[in-house]
Design a protein around this ligand. Structure first.
Ligand SMILES: Cc1ncc(COP(=O)(O)O)c(C=O)c1O
Length: 384
């Protein structure tokens, strides 16, 4: 029997947003109401047809729903991608997932069962933390790739021969960066390494039309989508993955064994929302307005911030310590505490998304516009 590589012991890390709990507790002693712009949970209502269809779906509750998703749901994803991005994707190349976070966290484990010798997962250096957690849960190492100006540093991967998969995220969380998906699809085709393009913010593109990697090829490529941000429906946990038929087939089958499935009434409600674009346009308008208002206010307190190319986060560059800081804390933590203590606004320290994020704050536009305006007003009037 050949011995496999010994895995290092899994260390249970604190959940990223639990790390700011003390800051929130301190601030809530000073303010009767906090403005929480840390976690990217949408606050706005989901579209009315989603709520209506959920309760009147008629979907069977006694039986198990198909892990792959119902034909109705798969068709709605296919039609949505065609309408929004002009791509043709057959329903047999699409599957449902339970929101997308569980897919992100479990994918390396499932891929590694096929190729146990491959134990490196790559993705952006500044990224949604679950890419790295998924790698750890599979006993893999995570390699964070820098942004080079023409896109993610794909050349760096030439040094790695045991690469399991590559994540890209466009529009990207936390920076709002848009990836050159054509370049990435070409790389996937050439290198034979699965690339998963996380496109959960796809319709929040501020400088161009929505883009998907599927436009540039499907070989070794998956695109990942979610109802959470598109339709303010994080609570119903509905997402989809689609692309390379072999990858979709393998993952669909293994996920069926693992019991991953979305409830029928939720798939039905999600389908209804996927046929509607009006609510997405309304949400785009809300986010853009909030992004503009808050970025203007932050520049008054010396943070350098411009509108993102995509997504609904401000990625504010820290130019120095906040007023009164004693230098004992990393900069992004000092600013997070200072904003919480002075304005009752909770933001996310940039290092939650990777070490190189310490000179940034991530600020999610996920609270009602009037509340954002009220705090922005106080920040704008602050005398530095
Ligand atoms: C980049 C990215 N991918 C995936 C997710 C997971 O979203 P959900 O599981 O709600 O689909 C998030 C959530 O914030 C995200 O920012």
């Amino acid at each position: 029997m050949t011995k496999g590589k010994r895995l290092s012991k899994f260390e249970l890390a604190p959940y990223p947003y639990d790390r700011i709990k003390d800051i929130i507790d301190d601030a809530s002693r000073k303010f009767s109401q906090l403005l929480d712009l840390s976690v990217g949970t949408p606050c706005d209502d989901p579209p009315s047809m989603l709520m209506k269809e959920m309760s009147s779906s008629g979907s069977a509750v006694n039986g198990y729903p198909p892990s792959k998703g119902t034909p109705e749901y798969l068709l709605s994803v296919s039609k949505w991608l065609n309408r929004t991005c002009g791509v043709d994707i057959e329903t047999n190349q699409i599957s449902a997932c339970v929101g997308t976070k569980e897919f992100v966290a479990s994918l390396p484990h499932y891929l590694r069962l096929r190729t146990p010798e491959k134990n490196v997962v790559a993705g952006p250096k500044l990224a949604y933390p679950t890419y790295e957690m998924g790698a750890k849960l599979a006993g893999c190492d995570y390699v964070g790739l820098a942004e080079t100006g023409i896109g993610i540093d794909l050349e760096y991967l030439d040094e790695i021969d045991n690469l399991l998969c590559l994540w890209v995220n466009s529009p990207g969380n936390p920076t709002g960066h848009l990836e050159d998906l054509q370049r990435v699809a070409k790389w996937a085709n050439l290198k034979g390494v699965p690339v998963i393009s996380d496109e959960c913010y796809m319709e929040y593109n501020w400088i161009g039309p929505p883009d998907t990697i599927l436009k540039y090829g499907k070989k070794n490529v998956l695109a990942l989508h979610s109802l959470s941000k598109r339709s303010n429906a994080a609570g119903i946990r509905v997402g989809s993955f689609c692309g390379d038929p072999d990858l979709v087939y393998y993952l669909t089958e293994i996920r069926k064994h693992a019991g991953a499935m979305v409830a029928g009434p939720l798939l039905h409600a999600a389908s209804a929302a996927l046929y509607d674009d009006e609510h997405v346009q309304m949400q785009r308008d809300r986010y853009l307005e909030r992004l503009r208002i808050f970025s203007d206010a932050l520049s008054n307190i010396g943070l350098k911030v411009s509108l993102p190319d995509g997504g609904f986060y401000l990625w504010a560059k820290i130019m120095g310590a906040p007023p009164g800081a004693d230098g004992s804390e990393p900069l992004s933590w000092a600013w997070t505490s200072w904003l919480a203590n002075n304005f009752g606004v909770i933001v996310a320290p940039g290092d939650l998304y990777g070490e190189s994020g310490d000179s940034f704050l991530r600020i999610a536009m996920v609270q009602p516009t009037n509340e954002i305006v009220a705090v922005a007003d106080k920040i704008s009037k602050f005398v530095v």
